[in-house]
Design a protein around this ligand. Structure first.
Ligand code: AAO
Length: 484
């Protein structure tokens, strides 16, 4: 469950938060596949409660009404079409699986697929679920429970959301059937929402009953789904992430916190020479890594103190470090613009999601940020693919916030987080030649639109990044030569 089964030569996953299936299919073909992205995390594909009372907030999708594949993102046929087209483009699909709970006690009770419910009586006829399928006696997780009481974290309701009992065979069957339908349609794995709130033993049974990935979609026979479980563990809680790593991968929330801290200037970049488990992070193969996610970019979940698209220069540098470094399985966030932390995606007055528009410089419009289309970000996916499974070598730092390292003999990156210029002759480990920095520009007609770096026969090159530069990063790799 720890192999994402990316197509060869592809890496890194992007969360296309609240995107429509048709738009994701287009994006796989026109951008993600050609740029070498490995996969897409999609918003929950199953029917959710429609919440007009809060003007269709983004979080209505975390309140399931049934396992019918009908949401604002599209219907079952559009879902199937997206998975097929993305797999053909070499891009895998990972749905967000909401299997811990159903809805809260909202006064509205109709879902995106037309299912209704009677929440005060735990009735969800669209599945169907009834009172016996939920944990009993009824209780709600309190803020103090996280520190003391693992049983309450798992048996009581998260934020008042009706808490399914995954210990019963009937509930397991409904969940397994739902996930297997998605696997048969060609998905490569799942994010397990709120995994902390489910018993590892129950999850283990559910995972063991999942089908192998569909060979008709290009997966090797016998492939198990890639599973990454959402467990927020910054330390000091009754439930620990290690309880889940024997089952599958886990979201590593310390990763984004530490890198945000460093790239905001609160911890010197030179310390990143030991980046990885030495920082208290999970073992490499257990960690799904990211800077921000859809919760903490807006103060939900592990909240606050995280770099997001709103601090673009530092954010791009933190993302570049994540993609340049071999540790972890990186995931990128692709957001819609927001100020109101509860607001849903760009939508018309019927509540239909408005598609992103695509500008000539690759960026998006119509209220979509599309961080994954920012040049320094997508170019670093290319860097990661060129680096392959090499390690970090030839680490250099100035004793402060200027750092640089190589990935084998294929790729070189430098960062300047100091308030003075980086101007050094450094070992790049690359064959002699002239390379285009993929951060300040790109290769175009045998020349560079940004900085050009000339590597000598000893592998050394003059590297300069001044504090006034648009980005604090410089990156070159075998493949970014100005002439080939
Ligand atoms: C909505 C309304 C609620 C209403 C509810 C039911 O907002 O007012 O009661 O409906 O009617 C999302 C939204 C929720 C929304 C929900 C359903 O975020 O606001 O509720 O949809 O529509 C915990 C869970 C974690 C969860 C996170 C939000 O452990 O699994 O809360 N994330 C996922 C999704 C998320 C989604 C759900 C789960 C539900 O990613 O989008 O909710 O499907 C501590 C614990 C964490 C805990 C947080 C927040 O964190 O460790 O496990 O996350 O508290 O309660 C420091 C600490 C850090 C701590 C944090 C906050 O940073 O270091 O550990 O402070 O105290």
């Amino acid at each position: 469950y720890k192999n994402p089964y990316y197509a060869s030569g592809h890496s890194a996953m992007v969360h296309l938060f609240e995107w429509k299936w048709d738009d994701i299919a287009d994006e796989c073909e026109r951008f993600l596949g050609p740029k070498g992205f490995g996969g897409v995390q999609i918003s929950p594909p199953n029917e959710n409660l429609v919440i007009w009372g809060k003007n269709r907030p983004w979080w209505e999708r975390y309140q399931p009404m049934s396992y019918k594949l009908v949401t604002r993102s599209g219907n079952e046929q559009q879902f199937a079409d997206m998975v097929r087209r993305c797999n053909n483009a070499g891009v895998r699909i990972y749905p967000d699986a909401i299997i811990n709970h159903m809805t809260g006690n909202d006064p509205e009770n109709v879902g995106t697929g037309g299912s209704t419910g009677d929440f005060h009586n735990w009735q969800y006829p669209g599945v169907p679920y009834g009172r016996n399928d939920f944990n009993w006696p009824h209780c709600v997780i309190g803020g103090n429970d996280y520190a003391c009481c693992a049983d309450r974290v798992r048996n009581c309701e998260l934020a008042g959301l009706k808490d399914l009992n995954q210990g019963t065979e009937y509930v397991r069957d409904q969940i397994v059937n739902y996930m297997n339908r998605l696997i048969d349609l060609g998905v490569a794995g799942f994010r397990i929402d709120a995994a902390k709130h489910m018993w590892p033993g129950d999850l283990s049974v559910i995972y063991s009953r999942l089908h192998n990935l569909n060979t008709a979609h290009g997966f090797p026979s016998g492939s198990r789904p890639y599973i990454y479980q959402e467990v927020i563990d910054l330390g000091g809680e009754a439930v620990r992430r290690e309880e889940y790593t024997s089952l599958a991968a886990v979201t590593e929330f310390k990763f984004g916190l530490e890198l945000s801290n460093a790239f905001k200037g609160n911890n010197q970049l030179k310390w990143l020479s030991t980046w990885g488990p030495a920082w208290g992070l999970l073992p490499h193969e257990d960690a799904l890594t990211f800077i921000d996610n859809h919760d903490n970019q807006r103060g939900h979940g592990a909240g606050g103190n995280i770099l997001t698209y709103k601090q673009a220069k530092q954010y791009k540098a933190a993302i570049a470090f994540m993609l340049a470094h071999p540790y972890g399985e990186p995931q990128l966030m692709s957001s819609f613009d927001f100020w109101d932390t509860e607001a849903g995606p760009p939508m018309d007055h019927h509540g239909n999601i408005i598609s992103p528009s695509i500008n000539s410089d690759n960026t998006c419009g119509n209220g979509w940020i599309c961080e994954h289309r920012w040049r320094p970000i997508y170019q670093m996916v290319g860097f990661r693919n060129a680096a392959g499974n090499t390690g970090v070598n030839d680490w250099w730092d100035n004793g402060s916030n200027q750092i640089a390292f190589c990935r084998g003999g294929n790729a070189f990156v430098a960062f300047n987080g100091d308030s003075w210029a980086l101007n050094e002759s450094l070992q790049t480990c690359l064959p002699a030649g002239t390379y285009c920095d993929v951060i300040s520009g790109e290769k175009s007609h045998h020349s560079c639109t940004g900085k050009a770096v000339t590597v000598g026969h000893d592998g050394r090159a003059h590297i300069s990044i001044s504090p006034g530069d648009f980005d604090m990063v410089l990156a070159i790799y075998v493949g970014s030569e100005s002439r080939l």
